[in-house]
Design a protein around this ligand. Structure first.
Ligand code: NDP
Length: 337
């Protein structure tokens, strides 16, 4: 059983010394347990938070422990009545080949799921995050302007596409020309702006002639700076993530703008609400799954996955994810299916 453990807590960007590959004996299932073989490992920005021991909504991974992560796995041995050998499940095996489960936290995908890895993306946590944050906090209305960054990633691409389905004008923000072209041509956004090019503020103003009614916050940093002055009265800001800050070791220099920001919230009567998907919205999962399955079936949602082979590739692929090197949902193919 190969596994990556947290070797040391990163200062700033994780590097080659952050995670360590270890070999351990393959675990044996006890009575009422099953042995799972990881087939797909999801890489997600929240993993950076788990490497740190700063206070957060979830406990950190301890140094020496297996790195956590969502997985799609197959049952290779079952001593549990509810699971048969060969079954596919969504599990939380972490960055390793095998894991033992008592079945309680597993989601069954059956014996022959059509796209098993999609349970880590469009039909799983990121897709659900997009849908719940947008519908429950963003509360979109026809004709409103929605802005979302990390707009070709699994959350942002889904937010933007649902926004279009619900009748919004959608402006994506992404890193680079290729991603921006994909945002317009494939995802159907009204505009998609490159945050690496000059004058984001000016271009965003041009792309949002009626201001911004919903800003789905994924990244923070200079994108947030460009958005705030354009927010309309009673705009909604679902605060989903701040990926541009995850490797930061200190607050940026510059004037303290805390009171300016509070003034914007007050005068424009903004709703700014953070959420942690499974802590706030798990009860809505069935509603999401029904809606999303319908949209996918009707060809109204496009989903891009970036599959990378081999558990050993996971650390570098994760470092690249936080740099924006991914184009679509990053998944590691750990084992044979
Ligand atoms: P992505 O696959 O979109 O990966 C992150 C992307 O962020 C990169 O590809 C890059 O895209 C963009 N990015 C990185 N650095 C910067 C920067 N400095 N400025 C602007 N953009 C940057 O990730 P996900 O779709 O999985 O997640 C999106 C967000 O949602 C994250 O913040 C994540 O933490 C959050 N999230 C929150 C959840 C919750 O419950 N609150 C649950 C799931 C996700 P590009 O090249 O286009 O800039």
């Amino acid at each position: 059983n190969r596994r990556f453990v947290l070797a040391q807590r990163p200062q700033g960007e994780p590097d080659a010394d952050t995670l360590r590959l270890e070999e351990a004996a393959r675990p044996e299932p006890g009575e009422g347990e099953i042995l799972l073989r990881t087939v797909f490992l999801s890489l997600d920005p929240y993993m950076r938070g788990r490497m740190s021991d700063a206070p957060s909504y979830a406990a950190p991974v301890e140094v020496g422990e297996t790195m956590v992560g969502g997985t799609v796995a197959r049952v290779v041995e079952s001593r549990h009545d509810g699971f048969a050998e060969g079954d596919w499940v969504v599990s939380f095996n972490g960055w390793q080949d095998y894991a033992i489960s008592d079945g309680k936290e597993l989601v069954k995908l059956g014996a022959t799921p059509e796209h098993p890895s999609w349970a880590l993306g469009i039909l799983g946590m990121p897709g659900f995050t997009a849908w719940a944050g947008l519908t429950q906090i963003g509360a979109p209305k026809t004709g409103e302007t929605l802005v979302v960054a990390a707009a070709t990633g699994p959350v942002g691409a889904t937010v933007g596409q649902i926004g279009k389905i619900l009748g919004c004008r959608v402006v994506g923000i992404a890193g680079g020309q290729e991603k921006c072209a994909y945002g317009v041509d494939e995802l159907g956004f009204d505009a998609c702006l490159d945050h690496k090019a000059d004058d984001l503020k000016g271009r965003l103003k041009e792309a949002c002639p009626d201001g911004i009614d919903i800003y789905f916050e994924n990244v923070g940093g200079k994108v947030l700076d460009a958005v705030i002055p354009l927010l309309n009265r009673e705009a909604r800001v679902p605060v989903c993530g701040l990926v541009s800050q995850y490797n930061a070791t200190a607050l940026p220099d510059g004037p303290d703008r805390m009171n300016w920001l509070m003034g914007q919230i007050l005068r424009k009567q903004l709703t700014v609400r953070g959420f942690i998907i499974f802590q706030n919205f798990s009860h809505l999962y069935p509603e999401f799954a029904k809606a999303m399955t319908g949209w996918i079936g009707a060809g109204r949602i496009s989903y891009r996955e970036e599959m990378i082979d081999g558990l050993e590739a996971a650390p570098q692929a994760f470092i690249g994810l936080l740099r924006g090197e991914n184009f679509g949902k990053r998944v590691i193919r750990v084992g044979p299916d």
